[in-house]
Design a binder for this molecule. Structure first.
Ligand SMILES: [Ca+2]
Length: 321
């Protein structure tokens, strides 16, 4: 009320602090009452408008996420996707062919115990890598490619993983020298580092043809987290974005998020790829041991706020469908 009164008195040009109680007392009461009533109506309307905006904002933001959703695999009742703009089939590579992914000793489907409902479980380091075609899902193109991948992981890396690199998620094309995108747990550090790497055409990131492990950290196109929060006691949300890939003038970039918080960006790199769009795939579980759940792909690079929003969705990505 103090603020309201201050506004009203400022508008009451005939009432000054000095004469208000005497000469213009009666007028002031009338005038003040009129102004107060009108002022309160304005305040109430402003509050109503603010409330409407507050209520509408998350709905509008959620609609935007819903419209951008290109793929969702809940792993609640199967390996295949629940929703996809392209192929829903989860497959594994067998020689040169792809066959449907089915449960085996390397990867199983748990009916519950997931972040939401069921999930994938990799009890040991195996050779099974469930994957999905990226055609009409990841949207790879040679002009300007943007996307976001979201997934939940549950593992204690230093106890669960076996020696060597582990890539829980990869985006691959027809040739790793034409581009290669991956999340990885490092193999030589304790605790293991967690990384998001976006490797464009081989000569760009590795002109002297040396091993990935031999390139200084700060000279690799990656985000590195030295103390990631992963533990088998709780689920950790991982999201990564790609923005304007193959569009050098558009300042291509890529970002990594853990539990809704930005960990770092890959910037100031020429992120030019050379993939055949028909070959692009999203691959899970390379040397991974642990659980995975609620995989989603969006058709653009989500903002920091949007990544935090999907991290906080009560029912996970199913909330958007
Ligand atoms: Ca699930």
């Amino acid at each position: 009320m103090a603020g309201t009164q201050a506004v009203i008195i400022a508008h009451c040009v005939r009432c000054t602090p000095g004469n208000r109680p005497t000469i213009f007392a009666k007028f002031h009461r009338v005038h003040f009452g009129y102004k107060a009533a009108r002022g309160m109506r304005i305040v109430r309307r402003m509050k109503s408008l603010a409330l409407l905006l507050c209520l509408a904002s998350p709905v509008l933001a959620q609609d935007s996420l819903k419209q951008s959703l290109a793929f969702h695999a809940s792993f609640d009742s199967g390996f295949d996707a629940d929703f996809s703009r392209g192929d829903k089939a989860c497959v594994i590579k067998k020689g040169k062919d792809f066959v449907p992914c089915v449960a085996n000793d390397d990867v199983k489907l748990l009916p519950d115990g997931g972040r939401f409902g069921g999930c994938l479980h990799y009890p040991k380091k195996g050779a099974t890598r469930p994957q999905f075609s990226g055609v009409n899902i990841l949207g790879y193109n040679e002009k300007s490619w943007s996307t976001t991948v979201s997934i939940w992981l549950r593992l204690t890396p230093d106890e669960d993983l076996e020696p060597g690199y582990c890539d829980p998620v990869q985006i691959t094309g027809d040739d790793t020298k034409k581009g290669y995108i991956f999340l990885e747990f490092s193999k030589d550090e304790t605790p293991r580092y967690f990384r998001y790497a976006v490797r464009p055409l081989f000569p760009i990131w590795n002109p002297t043809n040396v091993q990935w492990a031999d390139i200084p950290f700060n000279q690799r196109p990656m985000v590195q987290v030295s103390k990631p929060p992963f533990t088998r006691d709780t689920w950790t949300h991982v999201a990564f974005t790609l923005s304007n890939i193959n569009n050098k003038p558009g300042n291509p970039s890529a970002s990594l998020y853990l539990n809704g918080k930005l960990q770092g960006r890959i910037e100031n790199w020429d992120l030019t790829f050379g993939w055949d769009p028909a070959s692009v795939a999203l691959v899970l579980g390379a040397s991974y041991v642990g659980h995975q759940d609620d995989l989603a792909i969006f058709d653009r690079a989500l903002s920091d706020a949007e990544v935090e929003q999907i991290f906080k969705l009560d029912r996970g990505i199913a909330s958007l469908r």
